[in-house]
Design a protein around this ligand. Structure first.
Ligand SMILES: Cc1cc2nc3c(=O)[nH]c(=O)nc-3n(C[C@H](O)[C@H](O)[C@H](O)COP(=O)(O)OP(=O)(O)OC[C@H]3O[C@@H](n4cnc5c(N)ncnc54)[C@H](O)[C@@H]3O)c2cc1C
Length: 257
C-alpha cells in the first residue's frame, strides 16, 4: 500500500513543473486552543520544507478510511525549522472528513503535507494600516500575519465567530484593534455588514479578506467599488464555500471584478 507521502510524488500532466513530493508527518501534540480550535503539532519529513511566509497555506493529506486520503487546505500557523515542528490550527466548524479527523486527532496519528507552502502575506512597505476581514477558519492566517507586522503598522481586525468562547488574544508588535463579531444569519453576513460601515484610516493601506466565498465577494465589491481601495492593495481569498466540500484555494474572487 502506498503511504500518503509516496502518492504525492510525481510530475503534473502536460510536462509542467514537478511538484515537490509530499512529506509524511506524525502528530506529536494536540491541544484545544478554544472550544472550536484544535492545535496539532507534527514532525517528520520536514527537513528543508518550505513553510512560506506569514499566513502561508498548504495542502494536508489525511487518511480517512482504509486506503482513502482526502486533501484540504490549511495554514502554516507556525513552522519551527530548527526543531522540525509544524503547527496547524484546525477549526471545528466544517462538516467534512478533515474536521472529523481533527476532532479526534491523537499523538502518533500520521498524515502528509504538500512539498511546500504558498508564499503568505506581507503588506507592502508603504502601507501604514491594514484592514482584516476574517471568519473563524481564517483566524490562524490572521494571527500569523499579525505576529509578523512591524511596530509602525495599524491593524484593524474584524473576525466573525459562531461562539464567543473562540475569541483569542493576538500577539503583534503593531497597534491592533480587534472587533469580534457574532455570527448572525448566513455565514459571514456580520463581516459584510462590518465592511459596509467601516471608515478607512488616512494614508496608504491594504485590505485582507479570508472567509466564505460568497461573503468574500460581497466584501470585495464594497472595498473596491465603494471604499475605492486600489486592486493591488486588496488581498482576498475564499477559505471555504457554503455546501461545497474542498473548495478551491485559488478562489480570490477576481472573476467578480
Ligand atoms: C488558504 C486557506 C487556508 C485555510 N486555513 C485553514 C486553517 O488554518 N484552519 C482551518 O480550520 N481551516 C482552514 N481553511 C479552511 C479549510 O480548508 C476548510 O474549512 C475545509 O473545507 C475543511 O475540510 P473538511 O474536510 O472538514 O470539510 P469539507 O469536506 O471541505 O466540507 C464539508 C462541508 O463543510 C462546509 N465547510 C467547509 N469549511 C467550513 C467552515 N470553515 N465553516 C463552515 N462550514 C464549512 C462545506 O461548505 C461543506 O458543506 C483554509 C482554507 C484556505 C483556502
Amino acid at each position: 500500500m502506498n503511504t500518503p507521502s509516496e502518492r504525492g510524488s510525481g510530475r503534473r500532466a502536460g510536462g509542467r513543473r514537478a511538484r515537490a513530493p509530499r512529506r509524511s508527518v506524525e502528530v506529536t501534540s494536540v491541544r484545544e486552543v478554544t472550544p472550536h480550535l484544535v492545535r496539532v503539532v507534527a514532525s517528520g519529513e520536514l527537513e528543508g520544507w518550505n513553510g512560506g511566509g506569514p499566513g502561508a497555506h498548504f495542502k494536508v493529506f489525511i487518511p480517512v478510511a482504509g486506503d482513502e486520503v482526502v486533501m484540504r487546505t490549511y495554514t502554516v500557523r507556525d513552522f519551527d525549522r530548527e526543531a522540525g515542528l509544524l503547527t496547524i490550527d484546525f477549526g471545528l466548524h466544517a462538516d467534512g472528513p478533515v474536521t472529523a479527523w481533527a476532532r479526534t486527532a491523537a499523538v502518533g496519528d500520521r498524515f502528509a503535507v504538500a512539498g511546500e507552502a504558498r508564499p503568505g502575506y506581507v503588506p507592502d512597505a508603504v502601507a501604514r494600516w491594514c484592514l482584516f476581514f476574517a471568519d473563524h477558519c481564517a483566524l490562524p492566517a490572521v494571527a500569523s500575519v499579525l505576529e509578523a507586522l512591524p511596530a509602525d503598522m495599524r491593524a484593524i481586525v474584524f473576525v466573525e465567530v459562531t461562539d464567543p468562547a473562540d475569541e483569542t488574544e493576538f500577539s503583534s508588535a503593531a497597534e491592533v484593534r480587534t472587533t469580534w463579531l457574532a455570527e448572525s444569519g448566513p455565514p459571514c453576513a456580520a463581516l459584510l455588514a462590518a465592511a459596509r460601515s467601516v471608515v478607512l484610516p488616512e494614508g496608504p493601506g491594504e485590505v485582507w479578506i479570508g472567509c466564505e466565498a460568497g461573503a468574500m465577494r460581497g466584501i470585495r465589491r464594497h472595498v473596491l467599488g465603494e471604499l475605492g481601495v486600489p486592486r493591488e492593495a486588496l488581498h482576498s481569498r475564499a477559505y471555504w464555500k457554503e455546501s461545497v466540500p474542498n473548495h478551491s484555494d485559488h478562489d480570490t474572487g477576481s472573476d467578480d471584478g
